[in-house]
Ligand binder design. Structure first.
Ligand code: ATP
Ligand code: MG
Length: 419
């Protein structure tokens, strides 16, 4: 039998409900803050990612799904969302609309990675970008939006790790400082990092190999050479978020895996998934749009790993979302079957979720199934009930039953779900 490609997932019920609930929360919270959804292609010209994400990053260096199309053009399945959003923003002249613009996206990303828990080759991200504002307030709003999104999912145990990556002018100074520091322990670094040391020493800080982590644990932070202006900027972001009561942890060696970030960078770590598992990463990218050939328009944003987020959802929230709350309609006989179909139609028109027994089960078998599926209420009707315009509603949790006029079934349900 043909199996799915390595690193991909089938998202099955009831887990698909968790994805829906998380995405619904994203739509709700981001739209409430004035953000609009943007959908960009799943593949782009390879050049876009090379120029924005950066040639020496792991993503571009070894994780991209790159292929030539039939005309020999090099295309790449998008490994992240910001580059495509920036490209679309410029190509469609969104800069001519009032700034800033808040754009969010939800969708699959592709990276050729070693598969493990929380690390897939096709995974989903939910991202928000605020394009056209350079103030610390914009960074703070971005992180506040993230926080509210998590709060809507009933998370209460995240910490935002933050750092200042300085301005682009500070970068060579820092690379030099870091290179000379790491040179002393060159032999302890993995072979990738020995290469990174020459090409882009900042990338060593992002390495997950334990011995490399040991070497970098006490390395000088970017803040030691960051410009005064970038420091003032990030300090203001920290102060705004602290006033909001969002727990922050300063991490001077946080660099993130993409080259386009400046000043504010942040990550959110999930305690459920272990200290190394990042559920969200983001930061400011003031040069990205101009690097792509557009005007100088600053931006700030984040991307949440939806698969990882769902893996660490609070159990009570997940249970609430996946619990079956619907009416199970059990017709007994031929005429009741047609009535059942009409009833199902009328109820769904009134917003009452139902499941019609279409398998021709006996009452006994249907009740057994209702129990197994966890239906709270079943609605039973045979010819004698229909003749009187009523149905029998059995409350399986309370162990009670009563006849309800057909016309009141929807109201009865509403009373149940919105007491
Ligand atoms: P990591 O350090 O775990 O490789 P990253 O720094 O490469 O993450 P980003 O590029 O910042 O991640 O992407 C943002 C978020 O997307 C991550 O925090 C993570 O939750 C999620 N993510 C990234 N790569 C994967 C993957 N291969 N599978 C599942 N989720 C992923
Ligand atoms: Mg990665």
């Amino acid at each position: 039998m043909i199996q799915k490609p390595r690193g991909t997932r089938d998202i099955l019920p009831p887990e698909s409900r968790l994805f829906q609930a998380v995405e619904a929360a994203a739509h709700r919270v981001f739209q409430a803050l004035g953000a609009e959804e943007i959908r960009t292609p799943l593949f782009e010209h390879t050049e876009l990612f090379v120029r924005s994400v950066g040639e020496t990053t792991d993503i571009v260096h070894k994780e991209m799904y790159t292929f030539a199309d039939r005309k020999g053009r090099s295309l790449t399945l998008r490994p992240e969302g910001t580059a495509g959003v920036a490209r679309a923003f410029l190509e469609n002249r969104l800069d001519q609309r009032p700034l800033p613009q808040r754009l969010y996206y939800i969708g699959p990303m592709f990276r050729y990675e070693r598969m493990q828990r929380g690390r897939y080759r096709e995974f989903r991200q939910i991202g928000l970008e605020i394009i056209g504002a350079s103030t610390p307030l914009a960074d703070a709003e971005c992180i506040m939006a993230l926080w509210e999104f998590f709060a809507a999912l009933e998370f209460d145990n995240f910490t935002v790790h933050m750092n200042n990556l300085g301005d682009p002018e500070d970068r060579p100074k820092y690379a030099q400082l870091l290179r000379s520091y790491l040179m002393g322990s060159k032999d302890q670094l993995c072979s990738d990092c020995q290469r990174r040391l020459q090409e882009n020493p900042l990338r060593v800080l992002d390495c997950k190999v334990p011995t490399c982590k040991e070497v970098t644990a006490a390395a000088p932070g970017m803040d030691t050479v960051a410009s005064q202006a970038s420091r003032a900027h990030v300090e203001e972001v920290v102060s705004l978020l602290t006033s909001l009561g969002i727990p922050l942890k300063w991490n001077p060696r946080l660099v993130r895996g993409l080259d386009y970030y400046v000043r504010t960078v942040f990550e959110v770590v999930s305690p459920e998934l272990g200290e190394n598992t990042v559920v969200c990463g983001g930061g400011r990218y003031d040069r990205l749009l101009s690097d792509l050939g557009g005007p100088e328009i600053p931006g700030v944003g984040f991307a949440v790993g939806e698969d990882r987020l769902i893996d660490s959802l609070p159990p009570a929230f997940a249970a609430k979302v996946t619990t079956e709350v619907r009416l199970y309609l059990i017709p007994l006989g031929n005429e009741p079957a047609l009535f059942g179909l009409q009833l199902a139609r009328d109820l769904i028109r009134q917003g009452v979720p139902v499941e019609l027994e279409v398998g021709g089960r006996s009452l006994k078998a249907a009740l057994k199934r209702a129990d197994k599926r966890g239906f709270a209420k079943v609605v039973i009707f045979g010819e004698s009930e229909l003749a009187r315009g009523v149905v029998l509603v059995k409350d399986l949790r309370r162990g009670t039953q009563q006849e309800v006029p057909v016309a009141e079934l929807a109201k009865d349900w509403q009373r149940e779900v919105e007491p």
